[in-house]
Design a binder for this molecule. Sequence first.
Ligand code: GDP
Length: 455
Amino acid sequence: MKNDTIAAIATARGQSGVSIIKISGSDSIEIADKIFKSANGSKIKDIEGYQALYGKIYDKDEYLDEVIVLKFTSPHSYTGEDVVEIQCHGGIYISEMILKLVLDSGASLASPGEFTQRAYLNGKLDLTEAESVMDIISAQGKKAAKAALAAKDGALSKKIEKVKKELLNIASHLSAYSDYPDEDIPGLGSENLKDRLEEISNDLEALLGTYEAGKIIKEGVDTVIIGKPNVGKSTLMNYLVGQEKSIVTDLPGTTRDIVEETISLGDFILKISDTAGIRDTNDVIEQIGVKRAKDKINTADLIFAVFDLSRDLSTEDLELVENVDPSKTIAILNKSDLDIKFDYKKLAKKLKRQVFISAETGSGVKDLAAAIADIIKVEQIDLDDGFLFNRRQFECAKKALNSVKEALDAVQQEMTLDAIEVLIEEAIEELLLLTGERVSEVVTNEVFSRFCVGK
Ligand code: GDP
């Protein structure tokens, strides 16, 4: 545990109303007092915690900015240490000048995530809660933010705690029973042991199942736009993204490769790819694009199949329909601003979910959100429930499950209680790694290094 006092700018770099410089550690109050003169003459060290002072920051005699200083005292602060926050005028120059002054006065620059790391080391958060802080910062959609907040409040930790307690219970019972054979400790009974392990195994399976849902909420729905050339795929993509990204032309086959964008639509984040139109072509480069488009179609969670309402339904359109899984496809009937020639009723026999839009004017695009919700059923996921949010957590839970399953096998094969106990302890060990209760510095450093400086 480092004892030195750290500081960083906690707000985003750029123009803003206020910027915040955060100082944490045992010298934070003394350091802030060196550079701050309050309007009423009070020193920061003399006021109570959780109070503010108005005043000015000075670099020796040079007046730098008018600020508000907030004081938080250990242990009731974000990091658990004494914390001072200086709210200065927003903007890169002023906040960096003040940070430099704080560093010259004895603080060292915080490394990425170091404030949260200290909170973790001081027992304010467990590792899954700390990781969710990062998820809150990077959440791009309402649902992701809500789920990350639930995780920060310990939803995942509680779920793991329940499983861990039950495993500890079994392990201690087994250990007492085999270590003190002379005492009158009742045996667990292999049926009872089996039932309890099965329940734990089901809980862990359910937890692992949240990972995919968590990924959709956090990283977005893997979406692909397909359709024959010139139906308006690039125009739709550009409308959704809000800027000219794909090349829009009147020549069929201008989109040659996959253009990827992340957009937010209704409650969803979509990771959306505009593919080359699927069609027979002799152009080698375009053929590669077509192949990639086909691969994408197989792996995507959601398919936007775009059709041109101003033209007749063609065999090419029908072939395209054969290539998609209707359960994850929305037929987007584009160019609804033009006269309709397209037989969408015939199409409905294959693709039931249809949305009429004009990618050029944007009309109808909002109806897409409801159609997406029909396919990606995130509404059914309880966001306040614990989620496995990242690969690290997933791997720990999976190893714990494997050990529990091995323990179940061992019970069935009537192996010794010692052997079963070892497997249960392995599962507990993995859960302790998951929450960070027993985790190496290398792992925590890796976790916190992915944070931004100032958090
Ligand atoms: P892509 O080959 O499927 O990517 O098609 P583009 O997006 O390049 O569009 C082909 C042509 O259709 C362009 O001239 C667009 O301006 C036009 N277009 C696209 N969407 C609409 C629409 O909703 N209404 C009308 N009238 N024209 C559109």
